[in-house]
Ligand binder design. Structure first.
Ligand code: HEM
Length: 243
């Protein structure tokens, strides 16, 4: 591309746009996008581990759970205003989700462009097809679930206890035995999260050069622990173990 610079009366074509800085070029290259996926994925896994441990407080008691939810909002007081930490977490999560989806979509477009002819080997095609479907549709399902989940347990809009209620009451009312269908939605969504993570964590290991077969079970174990830890509270409430 060329542009013109005015020099007195005369104009002459010169090379225009300087190439983008090296860091930008790296982050928009396919290796850079994989790093973006790995880093944002790791941030989300850390959030999920913390979130799962926090949810398990419901087994200690309603008060313990409410105190934890309160602490999330008051932790940096009085140095910083009410809800500072939670707002920071929300900003980091929104940015991570956005970058993660951007990198995923553009990597998959790049891969499609580089492969104008469909796979010839049928076996390979089916295996890759399964992973692609799980990652793509699993990602969409998780995004829809998170919207429902926030309306339910954060804002209380679709929760029987409504907006002005304590977090533990929302949780227990939300998974009441009469609302078994909500628990089923959570089970399906959390299993999707687990499958997404199993492949995602493994890809993350590959991106950082640790993709040896020995680490495959680690990805599966982390995902399984998260699935079990997340599903324990809803199932315990629906089956009447926690009231
Ligand atoms: C299945 C079991 C789960 C339960 C019982 C649960 C419970 C909760 C509760 C009670 C809150 C509100 C916390 C508060 O207002 O203090 C919350 C917020 C949230 N949850 Fe979950 N959660 C579960 C799974 C998940 C999963 C799998 C994800 C992500 C894929 C997720 C993402 C979030 C997010 C993003 C928030 C908002 C955090 C904020 O306040 O900014 N949750 N969850």
């Amino acid at each position: 591309m060329t542009a013109t610079i005015e020099r007195g009366a005369a104009t002459e074509p010169v090379a225009s746009a300087a190439p983008p800085p090296r860091k930008v070029r790296f982050l928009t290259s396919s290796n850079g996008k994989k790093v973006v996926m790995a880093v944002t994925g790791a941030v989300m896994v850390l959030f999920l581990v913390g979130h799962m441990v926090g949810n398990l407080k419901i087994f200690i008691g309603k008060d313990s759970f409410n105190e934890y939810a309160h602490a999330l909002r008051t932790l940096l007081e009085p140095i910083a205003p009410y809800r500072t930490l939670l707002t920071l977490v929300e900003i980091v999560l929104v940015v991570s989700v956005g970058l993660h989806i951007w990198a995923a979509v553009s990597l998959s477009r790049q891969a499609r462009r580089a492969r104008p002819v469909k796979y010839v080997a049928r076996k390979k095609s089916q295996a890759s097809g399964y992973t692609t479907h799980i990652m793509r549709w699993g990602g969409v399902t998780i995004a829809l679930f998170v919207v429902w989940h926030l309306l339910d347990l954060t804002f209380g809009v679709v929760n029987p206890k409504g907006t002005n209620s304590l977090p533990a009451d929302r949780m227990i009312a939300g998974f009441d035995p009469s609302r078994w269908w909500v628990t089923i939605i959570y089970v399906v969504a959390v299993v999707m999260v687990g499958l997404h993570l199993r492949h995602g964590i493994w890809s993350m290991f590959q991106t950082v050069g640790r993709g040896t077969a020995r680490l495959r079970p680690v990805a599966a174990l982390v995902s399984a622990v998260l699935v079990i830890g997340f599903l324990a509270p809803p199932l315990a409430i629906t089956f009447g173990v926690v009231k």
